[in-house]
Design a protein around this ligand. Structure first.
Ligand code: FES
Ligand code: FES
Length: 162
């Protein structure tokens, strides 16, 4: 099968990339578009380190053929990181020691962003449920849960002009 051009919106920009059949979105992002915040872990759907947002919802980019995102909106960690400073989720992860080796962090943050976008007041149980598919070998998870709770407060403060 021949390669083809896939057009989609990546982090708010119209993007075109030549894709071989069955190449994953993860590979295209990292190797074709130099968007390396999206990590390569198990490549089998089991760790969550490759999570990006597709139309605002978390997806595992290691399982998603790049052709399937044609015409859709993809957001990676690069897309939510301000030119200067940090997104409130990034700052909360940093301040709560939720980033140790950092390998899981982009996936954790993207899942958390989707959660807070649809539910600005998640309970602890809802946070744990949202993060269920994302593995972390370093933190024991508690700092990550606290970071998401903290980020929810920061985002509420930002919306209230605090
Ligand atoms: S690399 Fe995609 S789930 Fe592990
Ligand atoms: S901080 Fe190392 S895997 Fe989560």
């Amino acid at each position: 099968m021949a390669s083809k051009i896939v057009s989609f919106t990546l982090n708010g920009r119209e993007t075109e990339v030549m894709v071989k059949p069955l190449t994953t979105l993860q590979t295209v992002l990292r190797e074709g578009l130099d968007q390396t915040a999206t990590k390569t872990g198990c490549k089998q759907g089991g760790c969550g380190s490759c999570t990006v947002l597709l139309n605002g919802e978390p997806v595992l980019s290691c399982l998603l053929p790049a052709e399937d995102v044609a015409g859709q909106n993809v957001t990676t960690l690069e897309g939510i990181t301000p030119v200067e400073g940090l997104h409130p989720l990034q700052a909360a992860f940093f301040d709560n020691f939720a980033v140790q080796c950092g390998y899981c962090s982009p996936g954790m943050i993207m899942v958390s962003k989707a959660l807070l976008d649809r539910n600005p007041n998640p309970s602890r149980e809802e946070i744990v449920h949202a993060l269920t598919g994302n593995l972390c070998r370093c933190t024991g998870y508690e700092p990550i849960i606290k970071a998401v709770e903290d980020a929810a407060e920061r985002l509420k403060g930002a919306h209230n002009g605090r």
